[in-house]
Design a protein around this ligand. Structure first.
Ligand SMILES: [Zn+2]
Length: 305
């Protein structure tokens, strides 16, 4: 099962309690998936969707609003009863022109309540929406075949401060969003709470993973610094050892030099702890600096001497 079909299953289980919300939901189905046709001068409404569960929801909306049973055949609901068709068009505020094409912007009266706006958006997602698996990337979209409707859907979603974009793709108008936070808001507007939690959990996990990666990178950088300082010190020690021998160094520096060579990747603190008796970090730093100074002086003497 895809994340998208999980979200749809959750939305399909939403229970409407009011006629106003049911009307808004039915308007969405007919606006997006509906056609108004004529059969021997009789007006009829056809609703087409590949998803039989969406058609089942539409049958349920019509039954609850008008007490009418409409049948479904091969992905289509055909409402042949002209009186019923008129009632549906009246209630949902869907206009149509003489050519029987649906006049598609969303009727502001039908979606005047916030609950009805949500019902419309929820149903629009069922009819033409999809969401990507958030493990892969963040993307939610509504694929609309009518520009005016796409624009009014974007506006309706925008009333919840969720800014969608519209792009034209293969003669369709895609209302989409790629921002995780806004997708979470939109799932909330649609009451897809299970999906919302799943997405939020994933974002938290990703956040933790990013933090761990940042820490690892940071430690690697510190390790890099330790190693490059250590290499410089060892090079100095080798120079002294070759030119004068380590006995040239005072006893405390000689011991320090031997430890440095033995524990090349130890930090100053760790190095100090290994000394007998232990030496503090600044003491170690001071001694190593002295060793480097001596080496530098010897190199200088050789260059100029
Ligand atoms: Zn409502």
């Amino acid at each position: 099962m895809s994340f998208s079909s999980d979200v749809k299953r959750e939305l399909l289980s939403y229970e409407y309690k009011n006629r106003h919300c049911l009307t808004a939901a039915l308007e969405a189905v007919i606006n997006i998936d509906g056609y108004i046709g004529a059969d021997n001068g009789h007006k009829l409404i056809i609703v087409h969707n590949e998803n039989t569960d969406v058609l089942g929801a539409a049958q349920n909306f019509i039954n609850r609003l008008f007490g009418a049973e409409v049948s479904c055949h091969k992905g289509n609901i055909i409402i042949e009863d002209e009186a019923l068709a008129d009632k549906i068009l009246d209630a949902t505020g869907i206009g149509y022109d003489r050519g029987f094409s649906i006049d598609s912007p969303i009727d502001p009266l039908v979606v005047s309540n916030s609950c009805c706006k949500r019902a419309y958006i929820r149903t629009a997602f069922l009819c033409c929406g999809s969401i990507s698996d958030p493990n892969k990337h963040y993307h939610i979209e509504f694929v609309d075949n009518d520009y005016e409707h796409a624009r009014s859907l974007k506006e309706l979603i925008g009333s919840f401060d969720i800014n969608m974009k519209i792009v034209e793709r293969k003669n369709h108008f895609v209302v989409y969003c790629k921002e995780a936070e806004l997708i979470v808001d939109l799932l909330n507007v649609m009451s897809a709470h299970r999906a919302l939690l799943e997405l939020e959990n994933l974002r938290v996990l990703k956040g933790v993973r990013n933090n761990v990666n940042r820490l690892v990178n940071c430690e690697t950088a510190n390790l890099g610094k330790i190693v490059s300082a250590s290499l410089r010190q060892i090079e100095a020690i080798n120079y002294i050892s070759k030119s004068k021998g380590l006995d040239y160094l005072p006893d405390n520096l000689k011991k320090m030099a031997e430890m440095r060579v033995m524990y090349a990747d130890a930090s100053l603190k760790e190095l100090g702890e290994k000394m007998i008796p232990p030496v503090g970090k600044s003491g170690v730093n001071h001694r190593l600096k002295k060793i480097c100074d001596i080496a530098d002086k010897l190199k200088g003497d050789n260059n100029y001497g």
